[in-house]
Design a protein around this ligand. Structure first.
Ligand SMILES: C[S@@+](CC[C@H](N)C(=O)[O-])C[C@H]1O[C@@H](n2cnc3c(N)ncnc32)[C@H](O)[C@@H]1O
Length: 369
């Protein structure tokens, strides 16, 4: 649905076409699940969108086709969206410049800008142009009043939008600039760091990752996750048949356990289960469900590897397996799942128990004949 007439800027001769919809950044190759998930979410709220999801473009444009404003999902409602905004205009047919973006967005003094381009083969060469435009617009990472967005899709094409606190991710384009901490035993440490920043809020991190908290890390070697937790003072049992890197052991807080992660039982309940084993998603879901449901851990963070052709369907099956297992033991749980920047063909999930334990079902006293 468009909001008004097309305008042609005098300075650059680009066409500005009002629009209403959502612009969503995703990992290249995941446009289809990103689009399907967003369209479903909008549909269940009574809306309707037409999605443009070009293969390996790194973005989805969902154009509103209902007569009512497009419902805006929350950042955590959409697994495959790295970051998004409400799209209000398209700029095309001429060089994208700062004047055109201002014309399209009509910001007020004090408003902020995030200017980016998709994380794709076509988008990455536009990042320096996006950074130059951001400087011209006086963009700040922290919006002062409202935050406006521009996503460059080509030298002569951009989508302009308005930030919505519900859909705003923590980083422009959903790309965290996290350095691998010196001495980390593996690059996976960065993935866990991103997961803790995206899936937990600051209060939860302070509360649940205190020095002295306990964790079991299943599939721990070479030890990036264990090492990162130990840096926060968490005491970790690192379960793997492979060896841990000396850096993990040198923390003094990581105890190795040579065992199968699927049969390992902690001698007493722990605060955290983390799991990075490469295994079928339903199998991992069942394992996490048993740990959470039977009280072996209070919260869990894990990866679901989704290498198949339909990650959304695979994820649906994994979620259902987790819910089934949890429901056998426990009344409720909060589950958050996100396709992180550092995730490839996998997603990262966090769950914590809510509610209370289910009463065991009464035993069937009828004797067998
Ligand atoms: C992706 S790596 C984990 C990397 C680790 N998170 C890090 O930060 O360094 C997967 C690990 O899972 C382990 N693994 C796979 N299946 C396992 C099982 N059944 N029991 C224990 N470890 C297992 C592998 O030996 C491998 O070391």
């Amino acid at each position: 649905m468009t909001r008004g007439p097309r305008l042609r800027t005098l300075a650059a001769m680009a066409t500005i076409e009002p629009m209403d919809g959502l612009f969503l950044y995703c990992r290249p190759g995941f446009e289809a699940p990103c689009a399907e998930e967003a369209a479903r979410w909008v549909r269940t709220r009574g809306g309707a969108v037409d999605c443009t999801a070009r293969a390996r473009s790194g973005y989805v444009l969902a154009a509103n086709r209902a007569g009512t404003p497009v419902p805006v999902p929350g950042f955590r409602d959409l697994v495959f969206t790295r970051h998004g905004f409400r799209a209000v205009a398209r700029v095309s047919g001429g060089p994208v410049d700062a004047a055109g973006l201002v014309w399209a967005a009509r910001p007020s003094p004090g408003d902020g800008w995030w200017v980016g381009a998709p994380d794709s083969d076509a988008g990455r060469p536009l990042w320096s142009r996006a950074a130059a435009l951001a400087r011209q617009l006086g963009a700040t990472a922290r919006a002062r009043r409202r935050r406006f967005h521009a996503a460059l899709l080509g030298p002569e094409e951009a989508v302009v939008g308005v930030g919505d606190p519900r859909l705003d991710g923590p980083w422009p384009m959903g790309i965290p600039r996290l350095r691998l901490p010196a001495g980390a035993p593996s690059r996976s440490a960065r993935k866990l760091e991103e997961a803790l920043l995206v899936l937990l809020d600051g209060r939860e991190r302070d509360r649940y990752l205190k020095p002295g908290a306990t964790a079991v890390d299943l599939g721990a070697a070479p030890g990036g996750w264990s090492w990162l937790l130990a840096r926060r003072g968490v005491v970790v049992t690192a379960v793997d048949n492979g060896p841990l890197a000396p850096a993990a052991l040198d923390t003094g807080l990581v105890e190795p356990a040579r065992a199968d992660g699927f049969t390992f039982r902690p001698p007493r309940p722990v605060a955290w289960l983390v799991c990075d084993m490469v295994a079928a998603p339903a199998r991992v879901a069942k394992l996490v469900g048993v740990w959470l449901g039977t009280g072996r851990c209070a919260r869990a963070l894990w990866n679901w590897k989704l290498p198949g052709r339909d990650p959304l369907a695979e994820l649906g099956r994994a979620r259902a397996a987790l819910a089934r297992e949890l429901a056998r033991h426990w009344s409720d749980a909060a589950v958050r799942v996100k396709h992180l920047y550092h995730d490839r063909a996998e997603v990262t999930a966090y769950a914590e128990r809510r509610g209370r334990a289910r009463k065991p079902a009464p035993r069937n006293r009828r004797r067998r004949r």
